[in-house]
Design a protein. Structure first.
Length: 504
């Protein structure tokens, strides 16, 4: 593209009427950045099962939450894709106990206190369980056959598959085998893998193991549980190590158990703790060296073991999130961008942790009060609307004008070229000039927007909010100017857009 065409497209983009005003009164004048795609150079694939959510195992203490009757939550999941992955685990998985006969009292908890309808017990009464903060040992919860039967009905209702966490922290291998047999029988092909325990590299901090607990001890326990469960359920699939953030455990796990695991899993939280005043929106939106280090370990283990990698639990701020950060529009920009970062690095899937009214939960609410989509959900929605496909080689020039601008090209399974663009700078807008690498007859854009980056209630995608049960359809689709095969898009500060190039 010559300089004259570039200037003309920049002017056209500037003149194009945006459907919302800039949210920041003192934003810098718009600068132009060029994105060049090589449609003939394809990268990593994004599968139909890339997207996922993660919930605490304690949620199964209310057998009616994950059930076919909970059509509202199932609808929210279906909106994010018809082949997603639900992960059951979290800190509470180490305090959930398989109870095949709920009428019999266990030595850990009186099952009578778990009666559905018992208002003294918020889990049993039907309230959604929020993310565990990890500050103290959670109350023990019984998991019954009814919960497992209903879980299968829920998976059928939303079309998703399952990763299921078993209690290796405070449970027995025999109980885990009995529970695994019941889950396998109920879930069938819906089950992707069992995970043995949650964040074992932190067991020494929460009192589950002694201070000298290390990978060698963990590996011995993991092997024992694996063999006991496999003796009962020979075809049971497993994944691991499901560590908090520890490549020093991930690498040896991949070496020792690469023949026993179907994929590798680890966790990632961008910030924390929430009490730290430096954990801000600005920090959340900046590149994170910790993530780059985790991705480096991920790539090494995938190459050496040949196993895929899934980020099985993630979110913005550990210990349940931070109000004013995790529940804001910033989380929408962060979540979608993280999904594409993971896919670009070679990861095969992601599970955003949540539940109840946790500050970072994508779906907030209870069966009694109803559910709603938090801002982070909208970022996942943008990713879902882009769909599965294969990443395209992408290059951004003039990034000094918007150092927090990212953009990803995708050849979708339908053949269309799509671009997901995110500007996380809070003080400047940008004109993105896109060369898709192939001819297009029409270019459209759906915008991810909120009045302010710290807004908690007014996020829209395609000019429309997400309604009850995940109801959504774009209300405003923009047609972008295109000349000589390239298109121009104006991006206000702290915003994003999904651009689709329809081929001739």
């Amino acid at each position: 593209m010559n300089r004259r065409t570039f200037i003309r497209l920049s002017a056209a983009a500037s003149a194009a009427a945006l459907y919302h005003p800039l949210s920041f009164a003192e934003s810098r004048p718009s600068a132009s950045v060029r994105l060049t795609l090589r449609a003939d150079r394809l990268g990593n694939k994004i599968g139909d099962d890339f997207t996922g959510l993660s919930y605490e195992s304690a949620q199964l203490g209310n057998p009616h939450f994950f059930s076919g009757a909970n059509t509202e939550v199932a609808g929210f999941l279906r909106r994010l894709g018809s082949s997603g992955v639900l992960r059951i685990g979290g800190n509470t998985s180490e305090y959930c106990y398989w109870t095949p006969d709920p009428t019999k009292q266990t030595n850990r908890q009186n099952p009578e206190s778990m009666r559905t309808g018992d208002k003294a017990n918020p889990v049993a009464f039907g309230l959604a369980v929020g993310p565990d903060t990890g500050k103290k040992a959670p109350a023990p919860v019984n998991i019954t056959p009814e919960a497992i039967r209903n879980l299968r009905e829920f998976l059928d209702a939303c079309g998703w598959k399952l990763i299921y966490g078993l209690n290796m922290g405070t449970g027995t291998a025999e109980d885990a085998a009995d529970e695994a047999a019941r889950v396998m029988d109920a879930a069938g092909s819906k089950l992707i893998a069992f995970q043995l325990c949650n964040e074992p590299d932190l067991f020494f901090r929460n009192g589950i193991r002694k201070a000298d607990y290390d990978f060698k001890q963990f590996a011995v326990e993991w092997q024992n549980f694996y063999q006991t469960i496999r003796a009962r359920v020979p075809s049971a699939p497993f994944a691991g190590p499901d560590t908090a953030y520890n490549n020093e455990w991930l690498v040896p796990f991949a070496k020792q158990f690469k023949h026993e695991a179907v994929f590798l899993s680890q966790h990632y939280y961008a910030e924390g703790p929430p009490t730290d005043p430096s954990m801000t929106i600005e920090r959340l939106l900046r590149p994170n060296p910790k993530l780059e280090e985790e991705f480096a370990g991920m790539k090494t283990t995938m190459q050496e073991s040949g196993l895929p990698f899934r980020l099985a639990e993630t979110n913005s701020c550990y210990q349940g999130g931070k109000q004013g950060v995790s529940d804001t529009f910033a989380s929408a920009l962060w979540s979608a961008d993280l999904m594409y970062q993971l896919a670009t690095a070679g990861g095969t899937g992601i599970n955003f942790h949540g539940g109840g009214y946790g500050w970072y939960t994508p779906i907030a609410g209870t069966q009694e009060n109803g559910f709603l989509a938090r801002p982070i959900y909208y970022g996942m929605l943008l990713f879902a609307q882009a769909g599965a496909g294969q990443l395209v080689e992408s290059k951004l020039d003039q990034l000094e004008h918007a150092p927090l601008l990212t953009a990803y090209g995708l050849r979708s399974n339908t053949g269309a070229i799509k671009v997901a663009a995110f500007i996380k700078n809070l003080d400047r807008s940008v004109r993105l000039i896109i060369d898709p690498g192939q001819r297009a007859k029409r270019v459209t854009a759906l915008r991810l927007h909120a009045p302010r980056v710290d807004d908690t209630t007014d996020t829209t995608f395609g000019g429309a909010p997400v309604g009850a049960g995940g109801a959504w359809s774009a209300a405003r689709e923009e047609t972008l100017p295109i000349e000589n095969g390239v298109a121009a898009l104006d991006l206000p500060p702290a915003s994003a857009a999904l651009v689709t190039f329809e081929s001739e």
